[in-house]
Design a protein around this ligand. Structure first.
Ligand SMILES: NC(=O)C1=CN([C@@H]2O[C@H](COP(=O)(O)OP(=O)(O)OC[C@H]3O[C@@H](n4cnc5c(N)ncnc54)[C@H](O)[C@@H]3O)[C@@H](O)[C@H]2O)C=CC1
Ligand SMILES: CC(=O)C(=O)O
Ligand SMILES: [Mg+2]
Length: 372
């Protein structure tokens, strides 16, 4: 198979779809990999390293999209990239379609086969291709939140861990999944007072067993969220209903009740955000204020630590990239239900129920379009 790896073009996005090590795994199996020149330059993965791994370096994105049977990327395709997709071409990347009707329309019109990293599943009920970036974003959310709490950033002027004689900050984490667990772990490490809310009692039990008395768990209801958010210094939004638009758990009225200079880091912004007052921001201009509350809502947080993130992402995607290349996209998805769950758009048909529900569109199950 011919695999194309274009340079990412989102604001301050330096990740790359395949590392040189991943390219070598594909070329060693007889596949051709075409990498856009300077695709990995921002993280010191040079053209020379890619060439040594067997890649062919192409001067433009047009040529990469033009020659490839499958495009392997990181972020959702931007309009100029959607225009380059070809009928029947496979696109393997994050899509986050539920809150993004424009992209959905574009991918449907392209006729491409679009497999979203974030809805591929595993045997344990997890999302293995989202998890590595959620680990990164969860950990970063505390760094970002701590920075935003500084006065110069518009924050409350509070140190997460406090000091002897002055209380620690209160960190409220909505959602105790991968983002929430990693956020809680970092916040506990900085000696903040940390509370995690989730609707899954199982998850709360696991967290309780894992962290003991250092972590406080709470069942997530409107009442509990309202009370906790109002007294928080830092709120981390880490909820997810897989593939669906994020539930708006933090209403504007709740934000109005929050303390002046407190901070919301809405990690769930890539699925539309879990605060009514959230809108997506960029690494270049990451924050804004609503009702005196600092909002940080960068939709590609892991792009900020692109080198770590690229290696972490490739560790998870590589077995699937190999399966898609070796078997062809359709056969690979027929053979593996977990990979099939990644299929969001198939040759002009929407195939993911939660995206269809969010946008009030029709869809057909992946099994049907694949003839299973
Ligand atoms: N902004 C960014 O750069 C990044 C954003 N993300 C996003 O972060 C979000 C969380 O991802 P993960 O932690 O991997 O998901 P996950 O599936 O591991 O965890 C989500 C948790 O939310 C819980 N939940 C659902 N409804 C809830 C409610 N009403 N109240 C409290 N908890 C609730 C679930 O029970 C689950 O434990 C996703 O939207 C993901 O796409 C992930 C990585 C990077
Ligand atoms: C998951 C996601 O949105 C990211 O890694 O950018
Ligand atoms: Mg206020």
């Amino acid at each position: 198979m011919r695999i194309g790896v274009p340079k990412e073009i989102k604001n301050h996005e330096y990740r790359v779809g395949m590392t040189p090590a991943a390219v070598r795994e594909l070329t060693a199996r007889g596949h051709e990999v075409f990498v856009e020149t300077k695709a990995g330059d921002g993280i010191d993965l040079t053209d020379e390293l890619y060439a040594k791994a067997g890649a062919k370096i192409l001067p433009t994105a047009e040529e990469v999209f033009g020659v490839a049977d499958m495009i392997v990327k990181v972020k959702e395709p931007q309009p100029v990239e959607i225009a380059r997709l070809k009928k029947g071409q496979t696109l393997f990347t994050y899509l986050h379609l539920a809150p993004d009707p424009e992209q959905t329309k574009g991918l449907l019109a392209s006729g491409a086969v679009c497999i979203a990293y974030e809805t591929v599943t595993d045997n344990r009920g997890g999302l293995p291709l989202l998890a590595p970036m959620s680990e990164v974003a969860g950990r970063m959310s505390i760094q970002a939140g701590a920075h935003c709490l500084e006065k110069a950033q518009g924050g409350r002027g509070v140190l997460l861990g406090g000091v002897p004689g002055v209380p620690a900050a209160k960190v409220v984490v909505l959602g105790g999944g991968v983002v929430g667990t990693n956020a809680a772990r970092m916040a506990m490490g900085l000696e903040a007072h940390v509370i995690v809310l989730d609707v899954s009692l199982n998850r709360l039990k696991e967290l309780d067993e894992q962290f003991g008395s250092r972590l406080h768990t709470l069942y997530s209801t409107m009442d509990a969220i309202e009370e906790q958010v109002a007294s928080a210094d830092l709120v981390i939004g880490g909820v997810l209903l897989p593939g669906a638009a994020a539930p708006k758990l933090i209403t504007e009225a709740m934000v109005r009740q929050m303390k002046k200079g407190s901070v919301i880091v809405d990690v769930a912004i890539d699925q539309g955000g879990c605060a009514e007052t959230s809108h997506a921001t960029t690494h270049a201009d990451p924050t804004y204020r609503v009702h005196d509350v600092v909002h940080y809502a960068v939709a590609n947080m892991p792009g900020g630590v692109a080198r770590t993130s690229t290696f972490a992402l490739n560790n998870a995607t590589l077995p699937f990239t190999i399966a898609l290349a070796e078997q062809g996209a359709e056969a690979a998805m027929k053979a593996n239900a977990h990979l099939r769950h990644g299929l969001n758009v198939y040759r002009g048909t929407l195939t993911y129920g939660a995206v269809a529900a969010a946008q009030k569109l029709a869809f057909e199950p992946a099994e049907k379009v694949l003839g299973l």
